[in-house]
Write a new protein. Structure first.
Length: 174
């Protein structure tokens, strides 16, 4: 199983590929803040298409949107970016599993409230990465790792978006 993990964002979308428990590729898709919104979304979509084309993932784990006390504009921009990403995944018929940040943190660190530093450390340790991993790419790899753990030993039964049940909201381990 080749899993694409995604940490969606308009300015920077993190992505990571895990296959057989190993990270095979990770990085960022960035957009130019000086461009118009349609241009930025086009650029993000093209970048995601390239990642999908190059890696041919069989499944995708995407972090669900979570905002504390940010303005509505920030939420809308992130949702538009996420929509672009989901369109690319749907167009390529890649099954998507949405995971909450707390679920991912719990799976990697044992705490649903782990810090970014703790998450980055555990991603590098669990995936045996010696190099520096950006925050967004680490979050994407963490999502892919979580889905890999969740599906280890059995196949995914559904090919649509899953992960909104009460267990995910409660922060169930992967």
């Amino acid at each position: 199983m080749r899993i694409l993990g995604i940490d969606p964002g308009l300015s920077a979308t993190g992505y990571g590929i895990i296959e057989n428990g190993l990270a095979t590729e990770f990085g960022l898709i960035t957009t130019d803040t000086r461009q118009s919104m349609p241009e930025r979304l086009r650029s993000l979509g093209e970048g995601m298409e390239e990642v999908v084309r190059r890696n041919r993932p069989t499944h995708c784990a995407i972090e669900s949107l979570f905002f504390k006390a940010k303005g509505a504009r920030s939420v809308i921009l992130s949702a538009e970016a996420r929509g672009t990403i989901l369109y690319v995944l749907g167009r390529n018929r890649i099954p998507v599993t949405e995971l909450t940040p707390a679920t991912i943190k719990l799976a990697l660190t044992g705490s649903g409230r782990a810090s970014k530093h703790q998450m980055n450390y555990m991603v590098k340790r669990l995936l045996q990465l010696g190099e520096r991993v950006s925050e967004h790419a680490a979050d994407a790899l963490a999502a892919a790792y979580c889905l890999g753990r969740r599906t280890a030993g059995h196949r995914l039964a559904r090919t649509d978006t899953v992960g909104h049940g009460p267990a995910e909201r409660a922060g169930r381990r992967c």
